[in-house]
Design a protein around this ligand. Structure first.
Ligand SMILES: [Zn+2]
Ligand SMILES: [Zn+2]
Length: 197
């Protein structure tokens, strides 16, 4: 029979007990695994593998999935260095905050946020709100280039971002080989607009 620590890797290392039970784990098994230390109980009904990213744990304690720069980097998206140490959490449309007082930044956008890492498309939508155009643009092109977002994801991102983000999305391409290439093209474009006007 599958043990909880064998199932958790399929959920970014963290999941609700109810999700694990769907794979045949009983509550007794979960309690036993938590006692033995092969998994950790994060809060009531939430379990994680030992050693997973502390920020993922904090986001789950807050009530959602880690998002923005930290999540994108964990997905393998190239992203400009970010001195921001805050934890950004995707709460879904109407998630409930479990922290009473904290420095987490909550994102309430459509969808059901699980725990672990927010999907790349959702994290890009959040990043747009939390950072500057350059950081977003380079991350968006990197995600596209690495096939981490498909055409359907790009449509969804366009729908969820403000109309004023349209020009950035129009400028983006899927063949940028590096973040620096993305940044250079964006800067030249901006320079071109200024020169033309
Ligand atoms: Zn919090
Ligand atoms: Zn954010």
């Amino acid at each position: 029979m599958l043990q909880p620590h064998q199932i958790l890797p399929h959920f970014d290392g963290i999941a609700r007990g109810i999700q694990l039970q769907k794979f045949g784990c009983t509550r007794t098994q979960l309690a036993k695994a938590a006692r033995s230390g092969s998994i950790h109980r994060i809060r009531i009904g939430v379990y994680a593998l030992p050693g997973i990213d502390r920020r993922v744990i904090t986001a789950a304690e807050h009530g959602g999935a880690l998002t923005c720069a930290a999540a994108l980097r964990a997905h393998g998206v190239w992203i400009l260095p970010d001195p921001d140490e805050e934890i950004h959490v995707w709460m879904g449309a109407a998630g409930r905050t479990h922290h009473e007082k904290c420095a987490c930044v909550g994102h309430y956008t459509p969808g059901t946020a699980g725990l672990g890492l927010a999907p790349v498309a959702a994290a890009l939508v959040h990043l747009y709100r939390c950072t500057d155009h350059e950081t977003f643009f380079a991350a968006y092109e990197s995600a596209w280039n690495r096939r981490l977002i498909l055409a359907s994801d790009r449509d969804r991102i366009r729908q969820e971002l403000p109309v004023t983000a349209g020009w950035l999305l129009d400028l983006a391409r899927g063949d940028a080989e590096s973040g620096l290439e993305s940044l250079l093209r964006l800067r030249l474009h901006l320079l071109g607009i200024r020169l033309d006007s």
